[in-house]
Design a protein. Structure first.
Length: 237
């Protein structure tokens, strides 16, 4: 830029405005790329069914982390075996739609069609869940899970995840499902993974679906000792 000396202040102001506008445009462009995905309302999510056999073929790429039959190869990866098909489907859909994000899974889900997601969800739902462990029924985790801690506003987890951690049991029909039908099973899940998710709910990292919002509210009542106690209990359930 060339400027006449007498108008140096204008020149500087002009340059400042120009670079300010450029910076703002760049920020808007970056914002557009990382713009939060629209909230996904799952309250009327119909029950999901797919072709489990077709899903088995499509699951080959997932086995590296989630295991050949949905029991993960390491505790930082979630177990998918025996999980509700509807829950699995909505998670894949929200990884693809950007409501849930993860360095690995966002990329994995981007390549899946809606039919792929239904088939994969049906395949994993039909696999045998991790064998039950020996959960300590007298532990602080068990107490929180079954009775919560009303004085601190912690609700009993069993109210939504079932007394045995098996998740809700929606009626098996094509009639509209209750709004809680897409809630997950926790039994057979890795404690390390569950603790990671509780942190994600608490930080707001996982909060862009109607279900995640519910769980975000619950997680906000938990401190770190609660997270550890609950994860240890659930890991052995
Ligand atoms: C390289 C490892 C890796 C591969 C391959 C992989 N995943 Fe995942 N998956 C993960 C991780 C890590 C998470 C947890 C993400 C988080 O913390 O949000 C996850 C989470 C999930 C969840 C959510 C589970 C829950 O309980 O909420 C589903 C469903 C899932 N993966 C399905 C799949 C499918 C289907 C494939 C294959 C198309 C696949 N994954 C491939 C690592 C992997
Ligand atoms: C009012 C209902 C409700 C209560 C009570 C509740 N949850 Fe949840 N929970 C949910 C919903 C809904 C989801 C699914 C969130 C999503 O899809 O992102 C969920 C998901 C989770 C997940 C993630 C599972 C996965 O596979 O990624 C964990 C962990 C969890 N809940 C733990 C707990 C614990 C521990 C408690 C008790 C302190 C609890 N929940 C109480 C509704 C509830």
């Amino acid at each position: 830029m060339t400027c006449r000396t007498s108008l140096l202040w204008m020149c500087l102001l002009g340059a400042g405005l120009a670079s300010g506008a450029a910076a703002q445009q760049a920020a808007e462009d970056a914002g557009a790329a990382t713009k939060p995905a629209a909230m996904l309302d799952l309250r009327r999510q119909p029950a999901v069914s797919g072709d489990a056999q077709a899903g088995a073929g499509k699951a080959a790429v997932c086995a590296a982390c989630h295991g050949a039959h949905g029991v993960a190869v390491a505790p930082n990866f979630p177990n998918l075996a025996g999980q509700s098909a509807t829950y699995l489907y909505v998670q894949l859909k929200s990884f693809k739609g950007g409501q849930r994000s993860d360095a690995v899974m966002s990329g994995q889900a981007a390549a899946l069609s809606d039919a792929d997601m239904r088939d994969l969800a049906s395949y994993y739902a039909a696999q045998a869940a991790k064998l039950p462990g020996r959960a300590d029924v007298a532990s602080r985790g068990a107490q929180l899970y079954h009775a919560g801690d009303p004085a601190r506003g912690i609700p009993p987890c069993q109210g939504c995840h079932g007394p045995d951690g098996m998740g809700p049991r929606p009626h098996p029909s094509s009639a509209p499902q209750p709004p809680w039908a897409s809630f997950p099973r926790l039994r057979g899940q890795s404690g390390q993974y569950l603790a990671h998710e509780l942190h994600d709910f608490r930080s707001g990292m996982r909060a862009a679906t109607s279900n995640a919002k519910v769980m975000q509210g619950v997680a906000a009542t938990l401190d770190e000792a609660d997270v550890q106690a609950l994860s240890a209990y659930l890991d052995a359930l």
